[in-house]
Design a protein around this ligand. Structure first.
Ligand SMILES: *Cc1c(COP(=O)(O)O)cnc(C)c1O
Length: 463
């Protein structure tokens, strides 16, 4: 990062719109079904409803900002993944995208399994009744205490991330008189994000054990020697927000290559491979994600083909979508506080939340869309930037968006596709209270995660 002075502005004077949003949409009142949850529509008064409930009522009852989650949409997406992969594969929902006890129950009912990566996520899963054998425990630095809890609970698998962890988990399991089912996470030299992937010779990241240099093969050798472990498979997760299947193709090729090496060296065929998550969703109308059945078909064809050419039995496949299930199911409902036109530049629209409820724009330069939802408008488009209330100029929720030019304080606007990595990454920056998650279904709304209170904040501050 440059230390020299630069023109003021959150993006180094990036004040002009990028090509992306160069033309306003034809109809500012339209709600693109690609980015909104499936029950979202406008009623005859122009108010947006979800699950049959107008957002104006939800705002009145639960306040703003609020994450509003379409339960029917969540269940439909979970079911679509489950159905697409069928009985010969497992779908593990990645809990880190968004986890609450209600969500765990929906997943349990819809036949999905669950990934957790901390003691807190494990506690949430178990307390909501997810059977332990349907839980996988991930992470690159699980504590001994977390491992012990997971083994005692009887989790279906622990994903081993390092040589030290192989020994640690084996030792803990053995001391508890258990044999823990485990997979080894490897890095296959593929990194995929959105439309691109890169295949590199070495891996410069904290997760997994590199396939390169025979390290993964050595990890397998060690795991197979330890009585506390039952090694059932190999795990690979290549990135996030991926639309292009070619990264998975290279990853599957390399994972199957390792399975073949294992067969040749040890005379065993590991029964499982996990290809991770990272499947993309539409944040704006420009994104074109694939349907779960297309992804399932592509992945299973890739793995079957690779296994046939390696003359291996096709292992049981698992996948770990997080964002692709919960991302599109929720939107964040905000009230507009101020509207500040900057001549010749754009209009800054301040909402009652910001980077504390959605850090993704600041953290990853993520793109979002936004709509006026408490009414329709016939006004022309104005180029806007939706910003929060935090003491930070990088506190941007939607970088470039067109909103109706008559937008005014008191209007409700909503940012769709905020179900994943928003509440789960929410912070208390500026001692702002984290918003509630309100689930709506069939005309009924209920709070599944309540709004934080000042009392909650002060409870942790013991003076
Ligand atoms: C984050 C993560 C996922 C889920 O990623 P999404 O982009 O939400 O699908 C799956 N598996 C592992 C190991 C992860 O770290």
């Amino acid at each position: 990062m440059s230390r020299s002075a630069h023109p003021a502005g959150p993006r180094h004077a990036d004040v002009l719109p990028e090509g992306h949003y160069s033309a306003p949409p034809a109809d500012l009142n339209a709600l693109d079904p690609k980015v909104w949850a499936q029950t979202v529509e406008r009623d005859t008064d122009g108010v947006v409803t979800v699950g049959g409930r107008p957002v104006t009522e939800l705002a009145e009852e639960y306040g703003t900002p609020a994450y509003v989650l379409d339960e029917a949409d969540f269940r439909a997406r979970a079911r679509a993944w489950r159905t697409a992969f069928g009985a010969d594969a497992d779908v593990f929902y990645a809990g880190k995208a968004f986890l609450s006890r209600a969500v765990v129950r929906w997943l349990e009912e819809e036949g999905l399994n669950l990934d957790v990566c901390s003691g807190g996520e494990l506690a949430t899963a178990l307390s909501a009744g997810m059977p332990a054998e349907r839980i996988a425990f991930h992470g690159n630095n699980k504590s001994a205490e977390e491992i012990e809890r997971a083994v005692r609970a009887g989790v279906g698998r622990i994903v081993l991330d390092s040589f030290q962890e192989i020994v640690r988990v084996a030792h803990i399991a053995e001391s508890l008189g258990r044999r823990q089912r485990a997979q080894i996470r490897i890095t296959v030299g593929v990194e995929a994000h959105t439309h691109e992937f890169i295949a590199t010779a070495h891996e410069d990241q904290k997760f997994g054990i590199p396939l390169a240099g025979g390290q993964a093969a050595e990890a397998v050798r060690r795991a197979l020697r330890l009585d506390g472990l039952e090694l059932v498979g190999i795990h690979s997760h290549i990135g996030s927000q991926i639309f292009d299947m070619s990264g998975f193709e290279v990853a599957a090729h390399r994972v199957v290559g390792l399975l073949k090496e294992i067969r040749d060296e040890h005379g065993i065929e590991l029964p499982e491979i996990d290809l991770g998550g990272g499947l993309g969703i539409a944040y704006t109308s420009d994104d074109d994600p694939r349907e779960p059945h297309e992804i399932a078909k592509a992945l299973s064809e890739i793995v079957t083909r690779e296994c046939e050419s390696a003359r291996l039995r096709t292992p049981r496949i698992s996948v770990e979508p997080g964002r692709a299930i919960v991302g599109p199911t929720a939107f964040t409902l905000y009230e507009v506080g101020t509207v500040k036109p900057l001549d010749g530049l754009r209009t800054y629209v301040s909402v009652d939340g910001g980077m504390s409820d959605n850090i993704r724009t600041a953290l990853y330069d993520a793109e979002y869309s936004v709509a006026l939802v408490s009414r329709t408008s016939d006004a022309g488009p104005m180029l806007a930037r939706v910003v929060g209330k935090h003491c930070e100029s990088g506190d941007i929720v939607v970088k470039d968006a067109f909103l109706p030019a008559d937008l005014a304080p008191g209007d409700l606007i909503a940012v769709p596709a905020t179900g994943a990595y928003c509440r789960s990454m929410a912070s208390n920056y500026n001692h702002v209270l984290r918003p509630p998650v309100v689930a709506v279904r069939d005309g009924q709304a209920r709070v599944i995660v309540r709004r934080e209170t000042e009392e909650d904040l002060l409870r942790l501050d013991v003076g």
